[in-house]
Design a protein. Structure first.
Length: 80
């Protein structure tokens, strides 16, 4: 499980682990106090859709306002 390190509000360290296909990162939990918006969901979606990450099994992110376009992109990434 990855809670994040470094900048308290940033998801950058978590997303880098996803992009690097960290074998220990199988559950991603993004707490509401983290900055998780359109740019972050795009990075996560790109990693999933491209097949870069093969280890991540669970994603939990609640309490974040995301635009409908971002959610559509994320849904498409999951179904790819």
């Amino acid at each position: 499980m990855a809670w994040g390190q470094g900048g308290f509000k940033s998801c950058d360290a978590l997303l880098k682990r996803v992009e690097q296909n960290d074998v220990k990162l199988v559950e991603l939990v993004i707490l509401p106090m983290k900055t998780f918006g359109a740019a972050e969901i795009q990075r996560l979606s790109n990693s999933i859709a491209s097949g870069v990450n093969t280890n991540l099994k669970t994603i939990s992110a609640s309490g974040h306002h995301l635009p409908p376009e971002s959610l559509k992109m994320f849904g498409q990434a999951l179904s790819a």
